[in-house]
Design a protein around this ligand. Structure first.
Ligand SMILES: [Zn+2]
Length: 125
């Protein structure tokens, strides 16, 4: 079945196409909301999601491993270990580090709230 050609005429095909995207958006929004749309590291407005443990180091794309980050933190941190990198920053606070570490240990069941109707969703970010 080719959705590219069918989606204009078949609402069901369109829905199949849109639902995972919507689920992914809601999932990402729930992460931004939890951090008030601020960078988890420096508190500036966040415009990306950072992998706390980089994908590179087999970090997952679960909510617990994603944190809103501003562009500068996200690109500065790159594939460094979060704690090592964060301790070197001017905006480092022990309090924030504890909050980030608590976030990474948050119960995994929270992850499934927003996309339970499509557990197969792939979160390629
Ligand atoms: Zn930042």
């Amino acid at each position: 079945m080719n959705y590219m050609f069918n989606c204009e005429r078949e609402p069901l095909a369109l829905l199949v196409e849109l639902t995972p995207k919507l689920a992914k958006r809601k999932y990402r929004e729930s992460i931004y909301e939890a951090w008030n749309y601020c960078c988890g590291y420096c508190n500036k407005p966040a415009n990306s999601l950072d992998h706390i443990i980089p994908k590179f180091h087999s970090g997952s794309s679960h909510r617990n491993n994603l944190i809103p980050a501003c562009r500068s933190c996200n690109s500065n941190k790159a594939s460094l270990k979060m704690e090592d990198w964060y301790r070197l920053q001017d905006f480092f606070t022990e309090e924030k580090l504890i909050k980030i570490q608590a976030w990474t240990k948050e119960d995994i069941s929270n992850v499934l709230i927003d996309n339970s109707y499509n557990p197969q969703i792939t979160l390629a970010m």
